[in-house]
Design a binder for this molecule. Sequence first.
Ligand code: AMP
Ligand code: ZN
Length: 470
Amino acid sequence: MKIYNTLSARKEDFQPLEEGKVRMYVCGPTVYNLIHIGNARPMIVFDTVRRYLEHKGYDVNFVSNFTDVDDKIIKKALEEGVDPSVISERYIEECKKDMAGMNVRPATTHPKATEEIDGMIEMIRTLIDKGFAYAAEDGTVYFRTRKFKQYGKLSHKNLDDLQGGMRSLLVSGEDQKEDPLDFVLWKPKKEGEPYWESPWCDGRPGWHIECSVMSKKYLGEQIDIHAGGEDLVFPHHENEIAQSEAANGKEFSKYWMHNAFLNIDNRKMSKSLGNFKTVRDISETYDLQVLRFFMLSAHYRSPLNFSAPLMESAKTSLERIVTCASNLNFGIENAKTDALSEEEAELLKEAEKFTVQFDEAMDDDFNTADAITAVFDLVRFINSNTDEGSSAAFLTKLKEELLMLCDILGLIVERKEESLDAQVEELIAKRQEARKNKDFAEADRIRDQLLGMGIVLEDTREGVKWKRKS
Ligand code: AMP
Ligand code: ZN
């Protein structure tokens, strides 16, 4: 299995530190708002990486943090007149709901920055003791970047080039730095902000230190995979490497994986540009499985442009797999025989090649785009080799293969009837509400959405009835 490692800038054979085990850390969101679909990309991508590693038999310890102390959280808390923890707790809960909708499994551990302050103080103290950090007069603690000789190895940047750029970026108050390249580990409190006591001043940690500390606490000093969006390569991950390797005296992570951006109109989707759509916005129109399918239809290192036609095409494609699974179920229930024929046994052997094709794609740096092609090849094979004469045993085996591949991608293609019923009832209630408010456009949109799910509505005197499209 090959993984593209940002550190070496090439694909490398995957060899975990400990046989059969993978320690993986993914930088998580700052929780001050609903997550947008740009944030959803690393969640879906690295959840799929985790699922594939597990499919290969690895025991994966997957840690992903919530950054719950940050300027933006504090600002929002001041606006609402509440404690910052009210804001962060609210959006952690909302984020978890979105993750569940996208079928992103919860991490083994989801640490929160505010609960790990002691560990951060300890690591900062070690860095000071080793000469890699210093406290300025006002109590700010800086990392002495030039002392870490390998600084720049991840982003392939040269320290002297950086120095020029950094000087022009200097902001007020930073003149206590020994060198413009030095970055903050701990900063003094400001009026009205949350703070913690420390040996240097009452204050709070810089952003980078939290990941070094949580990764060490939950996964150990050395890990296999560290991941996040490509905007994190510099400075966040570069700084994490400097902190962790200086403090622990060991290589931090063997492999560094970065997903490319999700763009909109060919610009990065981001909260600061205001060009974002939240996962919640998308869930108003689409089943979030469509979003997951859309994200996986491109390789994770290729930029992906969000557009309505692409989402529509993702919806149609996913529908083909769902229909295939549902036809298999119908066939299994109504099969005239259980016994596998000789010809069917041969076909089953032939169908194994789609799993091989799928694994080859995923072994090549998690090429989900090609893996999806393998799934469609299997769907085509199923559609052309099954009919009402097929045995239940044959159809069951094909269904198992299809569901196994979809499950590695985290795609739910077989809806439990009850959950579909609940979803339909909820949409019907929303449509009734829209009609009550004379929002007929919204009512029509919901009717169309239901139609897209294969549900037809009938307005009768006793109320709204629904049935599945035949
Ligand atoms: P943030 O909350 O901005 O710290 O982002 C959380 C995660 O989402 C990080 O791994 C970012 O790199 C990633 N991310 C943010 N915006 C995008 C985007 N437009 N496309 C892909 N990844 C993104
Ligand atoms: Zn991080």
